[in-house]
Write a protein that binds this ligand. Structure first.
Ligand SMILES: Nc1ncnc2c1ncn2[C@@H]1O[C@H](COP(=O)(O)OP(=O)(O)OP(=O)(O)O)[C@@H](O)[C@H]1O
Length: 602
């Protein structure tokens, strides 16, 4: 939908006020209930029947005198005349009623001649109106709030003759870059044009009161009767969608980190976007397209009964922009990021609580997932625990990858929507195969070393040096060097940002590449190089041999099963209750892991 809207505004009662005053419109009300339009209320047919007098027949046949009078020739004529008037009046009344019915049934595109023949008022004089009250019972009417936000944009766009603005405000906690909300004075009106239809928004200060509260305001949206379908079917959904999009755009994404079982938010300040990210263009289009189609597939996820979520595994060497890509995704979708530190999660219960507390339209991020799961302490038994019991050891067991995935699947399919799960890693080869299994993560995204295309993007972003038309004399040399040596975009960015002098910055980047090729690079040059040589920060979690007692009957057998259950169903906790608490879903999906563990033990 790409309507062309334009606005102008009027004061009520002025000559330019497009609302014809003498004709009462048909009224509808709009409330919170599903935002559906419930034509309710009043059909006021005054516009058509105005001026019509329908007189009841008058006669008094009860007295003889009256009867005699009626019998006289003069009175007979009078009586006939009266009857004729009565009949004519009834006929006219019936005709007016018929005309009214025809007028209502007349299609919007009917030629004006038809209306003229039926003596109908011109279409512009037949008005409908929607009344949108501020309060719906004790609550704010969301349609009113949306209308207020939308009208604010009309006021901002209105040029000549704008109605008096009484209030200009910013939402609480909003940054200065956010759009200021303008509000008009009650009694004034502003006109919007949508697909050629003129619609008048008028604010009145006489809306229904909130119970026990102050008087509310109300918007009255009036339009030609022939635009009724357009307004209900297209304009109001457009207004709601526009307001929703505005709210999303103005929203500051937050970055949450988990501490002591709670999410702590800060403002996400990473300004990385798909425009500033140096990456292969086809990959960029692919990722953006995937995100956009994910957002638009609500109906698909509802129909198929699947959790409305998407999983990305972003991999590549250090400094290639994996974290920057996460920020770009967040900024693109206006989603909050929940940066989950699995090492700080003390139990599966805590993890479950954290996941439940995540809002919809958010990203769950586990960075360096190859290291994150190694942070969990090993079982006591593996460290020579006193009793060697796996049950006591499992009390200290932390979250495992499959446990996290199962929990995400289970919780996200039953609560919330529009969630994205992102794992990043520098070491794809060290990942748990459970994560690489087909269908686990929807998309694998490789962020690679700097190509010449990416270099040009960085030079353009940081120094405005464009590669088109030659760009910089050093570009051909850099292009050749980048074919021979590997450099992460972060290393190039580091050199380019070192100075404001574009020439010197590009020379510094070229020197890095020359030195690397010649093997004369200074040791410890740049954090990326250090990271590249340091390898993973923590050792990879290895499958742990689990001491399983030989199957026995009675209590022993049940204990053995419990150990196996706790090990295999990665919700793991220290008790049967906890394992079962993860739900049937977790148990079912853990079967793949169970199979592997079982084979290992045999
Ligand atoms: N592709 C890129 N485009 C633009 N800037 C980049 C890119 N890659 C890295 N950078 C710059 O390098 C810095 C570090 O990048 P980032 O943290 O995103 O890399 P990473 O791959 O997540 O690294 P690590 O694996 O060490 O976490 C960023 O602040 C950004 O400025």
């Amino acid at each position: 939908m790409n309507p062309t809207n334009s606005t102008n505004s009027t004061e009520p009662g002025t000559a330019s006020d497009p609302t014809p005053t003498p004709i009462k419109p048909t009224l509808h009300t709009l409330t919170n209930r599903g935002l559906s339009l419930r034509p309710f209320v009043q059909l006021i047919p005054g516009s058509v029947q105005r001026g019509l007098i329908i007189a009841p027949p008058r006669s008094d046949p009860t007295t003889k005198a009256t009867a005699r009078q009626m019998a006289s020739p003069a009175n007979g004529a009078l009586e006939r005349c009266k009857s004729a008037i009565t009949a004519a009046t009834s006929l006219v009344g019936a005709a007016m009623l018929l005309r009214r019915l025809v007028a209502d049934a007349l299609p919007a595109g009917a030629p004006p001649l038809v209306g003229a023949l039926l003596l109908l008022p011109p279409p512009s004089a037949r008005r409908h109106a929607l009344v949108i009250e501020e309060f719906d019972g004790a609550f704010y009417n969301r349609v009113f709030l949306a209308a207020r936000a939308y009208v604010s944009t009309l006021l901002a766009a209105a040029r000549a003759g704008a109605p008096a603005v009484v209030k200009a405000s910013l939402p609480r906690g909003a940054g200065a870059e956010q759009q200021i909300t303008l509000a008009m004075r009650p009694g004034t009106a502003v006109v919007d044009v949508f697909r050629g239809a003129e619609l008048t928004w008028r604010l009145s200060g006489e809306g229904r009161r909130r119970p026990g509260g102050a008087g509310g305001e109300a918007f009255r949206l009036s339009f030609d009767a022939r635009h009724k379908d357009l307004v209900l079917g297209a304009y109001l959904p457009f207004v709601m969608a526009r307001v929703e999009a505005m709210a999303r755009e103005q929203r500051q994404a937050k970055l949450y980190s988990n501490e002591w079982g709670k999410w702590r938010p800060v403002r996400l300040r990473n300004a990385s976007t798909f425009a500033t990210l140096a990456m292969d263009d086809a990959l960029r289009q692919d990722v953006v397209g995937d995100l956009d189609s994910f957002l638009g597939r609500k109906e698909y996820y509802e129909r198929t009964g699947r959790a409305w979520k998407r999983g990305y595994l972003i991999h590549g060497p250090p400094g290639t922009g994996k974290s920057s890509l996460v920020a770009a995704i967040s900024n693109h979708l206006h989603f909050d990021v929940y940066d989950l530190d699995l090492g700080a999660v003390r139990s599966n219960t805590e993890l479950r609580k954290l996941l439940i507390r995540m809002k919809s339209r958010s990203i769950l991020l586990v960075e360096d997932v190859d290291c994150a799961l190694a942070a969990a302490p090993r079982r006591e038994a593996d460290h020579g625990g006193s009793d060697g019991s796996s049950i006591s050891a499992s009390k200290h067991r932390k979250v495992t990858l499959s446990g996290l995935l199962n929990m995400v699947d289970g919780l996200w399919s039953s609560s919330g929507h529009e969630r994205i799960l992102i794992f990043t890693t520098n070491h794809m080869d060290m990942l748990d195969p459970a994560l690489l299994r087909p269908g686990r993560m929807d998309k694998h995204i490789y962020m690679g070393y700097c190509s010449f295309g990416a270099f040009r993007e960085l030079a353009a972003t940081y120094h405005g040096v464009n590669g088109d038309g030659g760009g910089h004399p050093l570009f051909p040399e850099i292009e050749a060097l980048l074919r021979e040596v590997e450099a992460a975009p972060a290393e190039i960015a580091e050199r380019l940002l070192a100075t404001d002098d574009a020439g010197a910055a590009i020379e510094a980047a070229a020197k890095l590449l020359r030195d690397r090729k010649a093997g004369t690079e200074e040791d410890g040059a740049g954090y990326v190089r250090q990271k590249l040589h340091a390898g993973p920060r923590r050792p990879r979690p290895r499958p742990v041999p689990v001491p399983v007692p030989a199957p026995r009957r009675g209590r022993g057998a049940s204990a053995a099963r419990r150990v196996v259950f706790d090990e295999e169903i990665v919700f793991g906790g220290g008790s049967r209750r906890q394992g079962s608490g993860s739900g049937r879903r977790g148990r079912g999906r853990g079967s793949g892991v169970r199979g592997r563990a079982g084979r290992g033990r045999r």
